[in-house]
Design a protein around this ligand. Sequence first.
Ligand code: CO
Length: 185
Amino acid sequence: MILMKDIIREGNPTLREIAQPVSFPLSDEDRQLAADMMTFLENSQDPEIAAKYQLRAGVGLAAPQVDVSKQMSAVLVPGPEGEAPILKDVIINPKIISHSVQDAALAEGEGCLSVDREVPGYVPRHDRITLRYQDVEGVSHKIRLKNYPAIVCQHEIDHLNGILFFDHINKENPFTAPDDMIILE
Ligand code: CO
């Protein structure tokens, strides 16, 4: 199982690489990696398991974060208490095929399992995206996302392109935003 020690941190060059496309059918190794990444997210969101293994809660984990430079990210955005997740899949070879002009950012900024420090500031994202990806079976999906799940996917896709969330923060004025940017509470 993936533990915090398996997650590489900023400064490791793998996090700055462009990840390689994944071919299908998945190799046994890739299939296992996909399953392990999703299990990590599930465990990290389970208070008891997370405490036992000292996992930081996460909603996304990209393969480069476990030092595998492949275009694969697990995403698990929980729904309201007792309800199904809003988004749960391993997105492979993901591409944003269109997006809103409208931008949005999380009021609290973003965090990352590969960044062991708070980096305050708005991270401007597209508010709505249309995402194309393949699942572990190689089936293509085209989904529309808005607000938080859209931001999570953009953060995870950035990892596949060597980009970390703080790259997007305005260095001089981290909490300045254009008037028309939506701030998501
Ligand atoms: Co991250």
